[in-house]
Design a protein around this ligand. Sequence first.
Ligand code: PAF
Length: 281
Amino acid sequence: MQTLRDLPALRGALATLRADGKPVALVPTMGALHDGHMALVDEAKRQAAHVVVSIFVNPKQFGPNEDLAAYPRREAGDSKMLADAGVAILWAPSVDVMYPSGYSSNVSVSGVSEGLDGAARPGHFDGVATVVSKLFNQVRPDVAVFGEKDYQQLAVIRRMVLDLDMDVQIIGMPTQRAEDGLALSSRNAYLTEQERRDALALPRALGEAVRQIKKGMPVRDALHAAQALLLGHGFGSVDYVQLCDAVTLEPMEVLDRPARLLGAARIGSTRLIDNIAVDPV
Ligand code: PAF
């Protein structure tokens, strides 16, 4: 595996890789890799002959009071995992390479970016859309793989690719979970042992809300019950628990089309998100 940190080196290596005419897949990450990321890499390998993984902790998607400085950085370990998995290129640019002095552009996707995490984390999805656009321009992948764990991010990227005629196929991979059901996330590393046990309330609250909605409980009541369950089981605050249209993420009061139940809540100093598919009965 080649680890590359500047654009001329990346472009040269990609030209060599592409000489066989076979497709290239990109898995964008912020590092601190876990089995969830490696499932994306496995899918990328199924989709394309050559796999590029990017590791870039993107300052533009962190708010002023968020965990940019504390975000886990483990490039040596990440690099070994990716090399062992058969990745061709690790693209690991510095902040100065990604956003050189004078950088002034921004990609903003309205609508789907605005509720949920977009409301709780102003500017977050502009940061994501901007860096993902740049990664697509830098690598020019045929396919890019993202996790459904960040479901709103995936919806924003799908909308951006459609709107801006980007010639890349977007694959969403189901959330990878620990044996007890907690969604894998780099931020789980922040949890104390007690918080890690309490964190299970998040997938349980979402699962229970889906069961109740399917049994006929009014959506609003099921969402309130899920919030109460979280607050009663170690979570200090709930940013949202919402049933949304599976594509546009518009809030839904009645389960009359394919939907997604999404939740975000804080436990200690850590903010966790999760979501589940909800098909109409
Ligand atoms: O999901 C992530 O790790 C990041 O949001 C992404 C897509 C790599 C953009 O920085």
